[in-house]
Write a protein that binds this ligand. Structure first.
Ligand code: SF4
Length: 239
């Protein structure tokens, strides 16, 4: 665990809360040089943060989790993003042996058959690669927003992630969807075209569908499951 007391954490939280996002990036970078990372899934929020990271001109590392089951459109926007911003985005992949064993035993679409299978697939394709990506870092920047789900309403801007033993910073936590889209449009930032077809929260292709007007932000993910079981393990406390 990082060697800081509660009062030090509270002070850092207070500072980050009062700073612009750009200045908060600089502060976190000063405090934890070489140990600030940002995970992108190329969501609208993540695209805005990528733009901000590029503007801040800090060597914050960017990474993504390539589960092997992403939409073709996601690979396209990934490629456009690298071209637009000229910054590397490191991909983390599932462990080959684990994946081969899982698919051999359960088949390629086992996630539809049980919550247990679905969680195992997420664990192999997302959670374990995430742990590798976060190892050695002190700050994890995410694109979570409080509007995304009831479980995210009360998130703090900066929090201690006990599971991964680092700080999580959610710079767009209090932004609205309209604010996010406005920056995308104003800056002509590339984005996933599926967003224009009713897809809101976009993950793996077999586990994501478009939603109807009025449905919950997360309704298009694992729609065949009970709402209370919709976790993928990336943001354990928040779901
Ligand atoms: S979202 Fe679906 S395909 Fe992707 S890792 Fe989870 S269960 Fe597997």
């Amino acid at each position: 665990m990082e060697a800081f007391s509660k009062s030090q954490f509270d002070q850092l939280h207070s500072q980050v809360s009062q700073l612009s996002i750009r200045d908060a990036f600089h502060l976190l970078w000063q405090q934890y040089p070489q140990r600030v990372t940002f995970s992108t899934s190329f969501s609208l929020e993540d695209q805005v943060i990528t733009h901000m990271v590029a503007e801040a001109a800090l060597p914050i590392t960017l990474f993504t989790l390539d589960t092997g089951r992403l939409f073709p459109e996601t690979y396209s926007v990934w490629s456009s993003t690298v071209q637009r911003f000229g910054i590397p985005i490191k991909a983390y992949y599932p462990d080959v042996a684990l994946l081969e064993t899982f698919v051999a035993k359960n088949g390629p679409n086992a996630f539809y058959e049980s919550v247990e299978n679905r969680k195992s697939c997420c664990h192999i394709r997302k959670v374990l690669p995430l742990k590798r990506a976060l190892a050695g870092n002190a700050v994890w920047i995410t694109g979570l927003r409080s509007e995304h789900s009831s479980a995210r309403h009360d998130l703090p801007l900066l929090e201690w992630d006990e599971t991964n033993q680092l700080l999580k910073y959610h710079p767009l936590l209090h932004w609205t969807a309209g604010q996010v889209k406005a920056v995308i449009d104003e800056q002509a930032i590339p984005y996933n075209p599926l967003h224009d077809k009713g897809f809101v929260s976009i993950g793996c292709a077999p586990c994501t569908r478009a939603i109807r007007p009025g449905e919950d932000f997360r309704a298009g993910r694992w729609w065949w499951e009970d709402n209370s079981k919709k976790e993928c393990g990336l943001h354990e406390k928040q779901h």
